[in-house]
Design a binder for this molecule. Structure first.
Ligand code: NIG
Ligand code: FE
Length: 411
C-alpha cells in the first residue's frame, strides 16, 4: 500500500545523505528541508521524497497538503506518564513558598503519587495512560519513553510496568519502558535507605527482568534522594539484567549523577539544571545524551540548564517533556520546542534536532525515527496552514498540528 502526501509547502528535517544517529555541537544547527515537496510512504515506511515537480506516479491514497508543512513527529524520551493522581494542591503549596524538596521531605511529592498508585487498579492506570498517550499523539508525539517509579513496592512497580507493557502492545506510538524503582525513598526506609536499595536490587530488578518489563533502568541521583553509591549499585544490577541506564541527575544539586551515568554508559543523563565545567567535560566523547527538561525547570522555577554552553562544547543536547504530576504536568512537545528557543536560546533548527533526532537517540530508536529519511518509519504530522517552519516554536502554546501519521497510518 502506497500513500502520497502531495503539494507539501515545506517538508522539514529531511536527511538526504548519510543518516545521523544524533546531532552534536554545530551539527545541531543543520537541518534540511524540501520546499514544494511530496512524501511517499510504503508499508509504514518512508519510501521516497523530493520536489513535487519530480513526482509523476500514482499512489493508492493521496493527501493534499497545500499550504501546510510536514515534520517528523516528536520523540519524547523522558516521561512518567503512568500515574494515578494529579497534584495541584502541592502546586499551590509551592506558590505559597514551599520548595519541592520540603514537600518531598514531609511525605508529599513522589510519595503522594505512590499512595494513590497503590490504590489504583491496573485497568484504571491503563485507561488513564491511554488517554494521556492520545493527547500526546494529537500534539505531534510519535514515540515516548515511560518510567515506573510511582510504585516503590515490588507489587506496585510491577503493576506500573505491566501497564506500560499493555500500552506498548496496543498503542500506535513507539514506546520504551524504564524501571525507576529508585525514584523516592519510602517513609519506612528513611534513615536506612540502603535497605530500600537492597530491595530494588535483590527483589525488584530480578522480577522486572524475569517478565522482560523494562528496556532501561533509572535512578533519581540527587540531593535528598539517592546517592552516587546507591546509583552505582542499582545500575550494576540493572545492567546485569540487560537494562541500559538512564539517569535523573543534577536537578537539585550537582550530585555526581552525570559522572556515574557516564561511567555506566547511560544512554542519557537527564534534568541537568545544575551543570559545572566538570560535568560538561565528562560528557565529551561519550555515547551519553545530555537531556534537558524545560517543562520541569519552568514549572519549578529552577535555574536553566546551560544548553548553549553544552552545544558550544560540541555536545549533543536533547529536550523532553518530563511529563509527570509533580514537576511537569504537560506532555506538549510543541511547548518544549518553543521553550528551547525562548528560554534556552536554541535556534529553531537546533530545537527541532533536540526534540526529534536527539530524543530518538536518547530512547534508542534514532535508527528508525527522529527525521524524514528513506527507510525510516513513516511517523510525521501535517501542520495547519503555517507561514514557515520557524512559526512552530514562535507560536508558543498553540497547537499547530493538524493530522498525525504513525507507521504510515493516520491516527
Ligand atoms: O523528573 N525528579 C524526579 N522525578 C520527577 C518528578 C516526580 C514527581 O515529583 O512526581 C522529575 O521531575
Ligand atoms: Fe523525570
Amino acid at each position: 500500500m502506497q500513500i502520497l502526501i502531495k503539494n507539501i509547502k515545506e517538508l522539514v528535517q529531511v536527511e538526504t545523505g548519510q543518516q545521523k544517529l544524533r546531532a552534536m555541537g554545530k551539527e545541531m544547527a543543520q537541518m534540511e528541508t524540501v520546499k514544494d515537496a511530496y512524501l511517499l510512504v510504503e508499508d509504514g515506511k518512508i519510501k521516497a521524497f523530493g520536489k513535487m515537480s519530480e513526482w509523476n506516479g500514482t499512489a493508492d491514497r493521496e493527501f493534499d497538503a497545500t499550504g501546510r508543512m510536514v515534520f517528523p513527529t516528536f520523540c519524547d524520551s523522558h516521561t512518567h506518564l503512568v500515574y494515578a493522581n494529579s497534584r495541584e494542591h502541592e502546586f499551590v503549596d509551592k506558590i505559597r513558598g514551599l520548595s519541592y524538596e520540603e514537600i518531598a521531605k514531609r511525605g508529599g511529592g513522589i510519595l503522594n503519587s505512590a499512595k494513590a498508585t497503590a490504590a489504583a487498579s491496573e485497568d484504571e492506570l491503563y485507561d488513564m495512560g491511554q488517554q494521556r498517550l492520545e493527547e500526546a499523539m494529537r500534539l505531534g508525539t510519535g514515540a515516548i519513553e515511560i518510567k515506573s517509579g510511582y510504585g516503590l513496592t515490588t507489587e506496585s512497580e510491577l503493576k506500573l510496568l505491566r501497564v506500560i507493557r499493555r500500552l506498548k502492545e496496543n498503542s500506535p506510538l513507539t514506546i520504551k519502558s524504564n524501571f525507576l524503582g529508585a525514584h523516592g525513598i519510602p517513609m519506612e526506609y528513611r534513615g536506612h535507605q540502603e535497605d530500600y536499595v537492597d530491595l530494588v536490587i535483590n527483589e525488584m530488578i530480578p522480577h522486572v527482568a524475569d517478565e522482560g518489563l523494562a528496556d532501561f533502568i533509572d535512578v533519581f541521583c540527587d540531593q535528598g534522594f539517592f546517592t552516587v553509591e546507591d546509583t552505582a549499585r542499582i545500575l550494576e544490577a540493572g545492567i546485569k539484567h540487560g537494562m541500559r541506564p538512564k539517569i535523573h541527575a543534577n536537578e537539585m544539586a550537582i550530585s555526581g549523577g552525570v559522572q556515574v551515568g557516564v561511567k555506566y554508559n547511560a544512554i542519557s543523563v537527564d534534568h541537568l539544571e545544575q551543570m559545572g565545567d566538570a560535568e560538561i567535560e565528562c560528557l565529551k566523547g561519550t555515547d551519553t545524551m545530555p537531556t534537558i527538561l524545560p517543562g520541569c525547570a519552568f514549572f519549578l522555577n529552577l535555574p536553566l540548564s546551560p544548553a548553549r554552553r553544552m552545544i558550544e562544547a560540541g555536545l549533543p543536547v536533547a529536550m523532553a517533556s518530563d511529563y509527570n504530576p509533580g514537576t511537569s504536568p504537560s506532555c506538549n512537545m510543541q511547548l518544549i520546542l518553543s521553550m528551547a528557543c525562548i528560554r534556552y536560546r536554541l535556534t529553531p533548527e537546533e530545537a527541532l534536532n533536540a526534540t526529534t533526532l536527539n530524543t530518538a537517540y536518547a530512547m534508542g530508536v534514532s535508527h528508525e525515527l527522529g527525521s524524514i529519511a528513506v527507510g525510516k518509519r513513516a511517523n510525521f504530522y501535517i501542520t495547519k496552514p503555517i507561514a514557515s517552519y520557524e512559526y512552530m516554536p514562535y507560536s508558543y502554546g498553540e497547537n499547530k498540528v493538524d493530522r498525525v501519521f504513525l507507521n504510515g497510518v493516520e491516527v
